[in-house]
Design a protein around this ligand. Structure first.
Ligand code: NAP
Length: 327
């Protein structure tokens, strides 16, 4: 029986592990079999994580967090949780590798996954020119023309990154206003290899075995146009990884896990901000956050979740001591 099990190994999961380990709970982190390190593993340079004035590569940042957690006694398990039973005092988790874990407290930090366009051709050409990760696949598009779909920070960072390989990058965005932060947007807008297809969405992706081009639809006129390209990078945001918990924890309409949040001044009961609808289960990072979704904010709520779990475990221990004394 573990005291704390943490599901997920992005900034939230590892920060929760560092805090829980330093509190002496020897937490187990179920880090994922192929996705350990979370989304930052697919990022090139992280320039806004405090403490790294010259930036740091995403994978290296995650390795450092894992090492820091392990140094204080966190156990890292590279497996995937496939089944949970969270109600009651003993939480049970089963993994793809057939391991079972029992814990008094669980911290869910499962993050989010990329959104798809929802086209049949996108599925058919996945891995054959359609990609969701420029840092993973950009190298294969040397001297080619590629498209990036989306107008947020991810899309524009990917667009700029892809100019290292591609001869031309066209950003396809459904509005004429970018969602990306100013510095990222300005870098992309000023780049000589980046063009923009405004007010446009991808209606279809063409190619037999490899991407050859796209049909774009102008959302104002419904007019269709053809764009030749050999690669399509979809960067239209993420959805929370909460499917595993949908029958166990309260989720909002988009699938984000609902947590208590800050206490009202006259509400002495609500002290655990990251508490979910089930006692002893806490959630942190992108799986609870539809607003900020930054590495640093995920790390922050990860720390909060660990402190909340500590509070919960101390209450359990105090209740057990009182019960023992009154026997
Ligand atoms: P995002 O900010 O949610 O942007 C998604 C973009 O895709 C938006 O421009 C959106 O259009 C578009 N979009 C959504 N659904 C679409 C669809 N079905 N078809 C076509 N376009 C669609 O997602 P993100 O760029 O992945 O960023 C997520 C968070 O991570 C943000 O908070 C961002 O600031 C952060 N981030 C930060 C950095 C950094 O600081 N270095 C890097 C990457 C990400 P609309 O604009 O019209 O809604």
């Amino acid at each position: 029986m573990e005291q704390v099990v943490i599901i997920g190994s992005g900034p939230a999961g590892y920060t929760a592990a560092i805090y829980a380990a330093r509190a002496g709970y020897e937490p187990t982190v179920i880090a994922g079999s192929v996705t350990a390190g979370g989304n930052l593993v697919n990022t090139t340079e992280v320039e806004n994580f405090p403490g790294f004035p010259d930036g740091i590569a995403g994978p290296e940042l995650m390795e450092r967090m894992a090492g820091q957690a392990a140094r204080f006694g966190a156990k890292l398990v590279f497996d995937d949780v496939v089944e949970v039973s969270l109600r009651g005092p003993v939480k049970q988790l089963k993994t793809l590798g057939d391991q079972t874990f029992e814990a008094s407290a669980v911290i869910v930090a499962t993050g989010s996954s990329y959104k798809e366009l929802g086209l049949a051709s996108e599925k058919r050409l996945g891995g054959r020119g359609v990609s969701y990760c420029a840092t993973c696949d950009g190298f294969f598009f040397k001297g080619k023309d590629v498209v990036v779909v989306g107008g947020g920070d991810s899309a524009l960072e990917e667009a700029v990154f892809l100019t290292r390989f591609a001869s031309k990058v066209t950003v396809v965005h459904r509005r004429a206003e970018l969602r990306a932060s100013r510095i990222v947007a300005e870098r992309a807008l000023a780049h000589p290899q980046i063009e923009f297809a405004w007010h446009s969405v991808v209606a279809d992706i063409h190619g037999d075995g490899a991407v050859e081009g796209l049909t774009l639809r102008d959302v104002r006129s419904d007019e269709l146009s053809r764009l030749d390209a050999q690669g399509v990078f979809v960067a239209i945001g993420h959805t929370p990884n909460s499917d595993l918990f949908k029958d166990q924890l309260a989720l909002d309409s988009d699938g984000y896990i609902i947590v208590d949040g800050p206490a009202a001044p006259d509400d002495p009961v609500n002290a655990q901000h990251q508490a979910t609808s089930v006692p002893g289960v806490f959630a942190a990072g992108d799986v609870v956050d539809r607003t900020y979704r930054q590495a640093i904010t995920a790390a922050g709520t990860g720390a909060q979740a660990a402190l909340d779990a500590q509070d919960y475990l101390e209450e359990l221990a105090a209740d057990a001591a009182i019960a023992a004394a009154t026997v």
